[in-house]
Write a new protein. Structure first.
Lengths: 428, 285
């Protein structure tokens, strides 16, 4: 069994919310007094959970709380999580840019990081000069770089521009060059943060291949942060899922990605249903969420018209078709349900035989800002033909229904689920 | 299970002085590359290029000579006033460049410091060294004017204390670096100093016996100002520098030792504070 090369023991990181300003001197002073008296830092006891969308109740927030994990030699550990879940903070601590508030990271190897590459570049220097500078910043010695110079230039694919100042480079070329330098580093542990997002498809493929070489071929350890699940899937052997600064899941890549996607299924507003074994009478084939311009979207203003488009493949005659669509929030509270049999004159024809597309458009529905999940079902009388639960979600952004109202800022402050217009009359 | 061996640990614990010399040594190439970068990129896309290194001290000396010696009639003894000023400015400039160059280390480099780790102290060190090159160039001007004045028959010779020249350079570097690191650490949290530093340095020059000899200050300044000027380590350096180069002014071993101690002390204080700041500055800057 491979030995543990890096170990994080209850890593926590506290940040101050709001401005660093007038309160700072006072807090510094209190800390200083506490230290002299031999007490614990008074501000370590407080601090809210790192939930971006929640209302700030305290001055301090735990960006990371009690993170524990181990990385074995030669392993590629993926770190995934929503924006603000603490991924970058964790990487910053790992790459020693900042230190944890509490806890300790122990390592047996040199860590080099590849965070948003290219920041070490000096625009006035040429590509070649920057290779040396960047390599040295990342911890290489001059002889090491000399040895690999040609290889780096070759890998970057910028041979033609190598003696031109970097300020003339396109952003893609900068990333290529920076990644090329970093990929030829020989640290024991390489930390990579979202670099593959830039660069064209060819380069992304090359970069992923290189990272696979690094981990599998050369037996080095890689920590990889990304939102790109395909990259995670093709590279990582194990994944840590962060949520609100805590470890939500740690384990096998596929399982972790499933857990993560299940949790945050904020999709593109479009789903094509695949396969399905029990296709007897009918099957859902496609579902789209459309905005008022008939474009696929996954976020809407409160009150904006939303159209749910369901494409259904019918294989057999359906005598008494009933379609229903339900919206529920993240607490699984059902908010709204529309059913075709609500109408006295039903929209779906009885004895249905052909494929169909159903559009349901909202009208003056003022949902408050949060994420909503959609479930659909199709029945023939009492017989359930197809059913998809919470398979897609969309986001309602804070907004106001019209000019007459104050903005509905936050669902939390509003403390209810929907907003509705009503007629007010005041008598005195 | 046997106690595992770790290469290093990342935690919030702070040692008073955790300067890791091995690590700095490992990054020596980076230091050199930074120095090279500083020198080669400053005057890129300028027409006069490195000539700017000459122009600045020359013009300042001319102005000083006009204002202080012609207008203000400060006596510089047998020394030509222009040479007197040029000598003072050359010494002062090195200190000043080190101080202002390092005093914004954190703020200026937060982009790169926020991304990768390397011993942060490399940055101010590289500034000090690249300024040394600048100082060398300015020294050349001084020497050429020195030779010129001798050829016109001025009575100037360096004296035996010129042997202390390297020590003076080190003292200037330590002082500039120490104060600069101190200021840069404090500015990460309290920006006030950033505003202060530029004009404070300007004022300090006038209280460091740069455009006048220390004896004049003692004779004409109010008592407490004179005391300040005398015990200001920069004065001691400038005055000492002029003494060994031009053989004018005063030199005492007590003053020398005093200055050395102050410089080393301020350097150590700066280093300690800098080391404490570098761990978390990215959160506050």
């Amino acid at each position: 069994m491979a030995k543990v090369i890096l170990k994080a023991e209850s890593i926590s990181k506290q940040y101050r919310l709001g401005l660093v300003g007038t309160g700072t001197v006072k807090h510094d002073f209190n800390r200083f007094i506490a230290r002299i008296l031999g007490k614990e830092d008074p501000y370590l006891k407080v601090g809210a959970e790192n939930d971006r969308s929640a209302k700030a109740t305290e001055n301090y927030v735990w960006a990371l709380r009690d993170i524990n994990f181990e990385v074995k030699e030669g392993e590629v550990l993926g770190i995934i999580g929503k924006n603000g879940a603490g991924k970058s903070t964790l990487l910053k601590i790992l790459s020693r840019v900042t230190s944890p508030t509490t806890g300790v990271i122990k390592t047996k190897g040199r860590i080099a990081s590849l965070l948003e590459v290219g920041t070490g570049f000096h625009p006035e220097l040429t590509g070649r000069e920057n290779i040396y500078l960047n390599g040295a910043i990342l911890g290489m010695t001059k002889t090491e770089i000399q040895r690999k110079e040609e290889e780096i230039i070759d890998f970057s694919g910028c041979t033609m521009y190598i003696d031109t100042p970097v300020k003339r480079y396109s952003s893609g070329m900068r990333v290529r060059l920076a990644f090329a330098v970093a990929a030829h580093l020989e640290p024991d542990i390489l930390v990579v943060d979202e670099v593959l997002a830039v660069g064209d498809a060819e380069f992304q493929k090359k970069a992923i291949g290189k990272m696979q070489d690094i981990s599998k071929g050369e037996g080095r350890t890689v920590l990889f942060v990304s939102h790109d699940m395909t990259a995670i899937k093709s590279l990582c052997t194990r994944v840590v899922v962060l949520q609100n600064g805590k470890t939500f899941f740690e384990g096998e890549t596929d399982e972790a990605i499933d857990k993560y996607l299940e949790k945050y299924k904020t999709s593109s507003g479009l789903i094509n249903f695949k396969g399905g074994k029990n296709v007897f009478k009918l099957k859902f084939s496609r579902f789209e969420v459309l905005n008022k311009n008939k474009e696929i979207s996954s976020s809407f203003q409160s009150g904006e018209k939303i159209t749910f488009k369901t494409t259904i493949k019918v294989n057999h005659k359906i005598r008494n078709p009933i379609f229903s669509l339900r919206l529920s929030d993240s607490n699984n509270t059902s908010i709204i349900c529309w059913r075709s049999n609500d109408f006295i004159e039903q929209p779906l024809p009885k004895g249905l035989e052909d494929d169909l597309i159903i559009y349901i458009s909202t009208n003056k529905l003022f949902l408050l800002d949060t994420i909503y999940k959609v479930s659909i079902s199709f029945l023939d009388g009492k017989e359930l033909l197809d059913y998809k639960r919470d398979f897609i979600s969309f986001e309602i952004l804070p907004g106001k229904p019209n000019e007459r109202f104050h903005p509905i800022t936050k669902r939390k402050t509003y403390n209810s689920i929907v907003f509705a217009e009503a007629k007010w009359q005041v008598e005195q | 299970m046997a106690e595992e061996k770790w290469l290093y640990e990342i935690s919030s614990k702070k040692k008073l002085l955790s300067l890791n010399f091995n690590e700095i040594w490992r990054y020596r190439d980076l230091l050199l590359l930074f120095v090279k970068r500083d020198i080669t990129t400053v005057y890129k896309q300028t027409i006069l290029g490195p000539l700017w290194y000459f122009i600045q001290p020359l013009f300042t000396s001319v102005i000083f000579t006009l204002v202080f010696n012609n207008l203000g009639s400060i006596s510089t003894g047998l020394i030509p006033p222009f040479l007197f000023n040029l000598t003072g400015i050359t010494a002062w400039n090195y200190f000043k460049e080190c101080l202002t160059g390092t005093s914004n280390t954190f703020a200026k480099n937060q982009g790169i410091f926020g991304k990768v780790y390397f011993p942060r102290v490399i940055m101010p060190m590289s500034v000090t060294i690249s300024n040394l090159v600048k100082f060398g160039i300015q020294l050349l001007i001084l020497v050429s004017f020195y030779v010129y004045y001798i050829s016109t028959g001025a009575m100037i010779t360096p004296n035996g204390y010129i042997a202390l020249f390297p020590v003076y350079i080190i003292m200037m570097a330590l002082l500039g670096l120490g104060v600069g690191m101190l200021v840069s650490s404090l500015t990460t949290k309290y920006r006030d100093l950033q505003v202060l530093i530029n004009f404070a340095v300007q004022l300090l020059m006038y209280l460091s016996a740069v455009p006048y000899p220390l004896s004049e200050a003692k004779a004409k300044f109010p008592y407490f100002v004179a005391i300040f000027v005398q015990y200001n380590p920069v004065t001691q350096i400038v005055e000492g520098f002029r003494y060994m180069v031009l053989d004018s002014g005063t030199f005492t071993w007590t003053g020398f030792i005093y200055t050395l101690v102050v410089c080393v002390f301020l350097f150590l204080v700066g280093l300690v504070v800098f080391n404490r700041t570098e761990k978390n500055f990215i959160d506050t800057v």
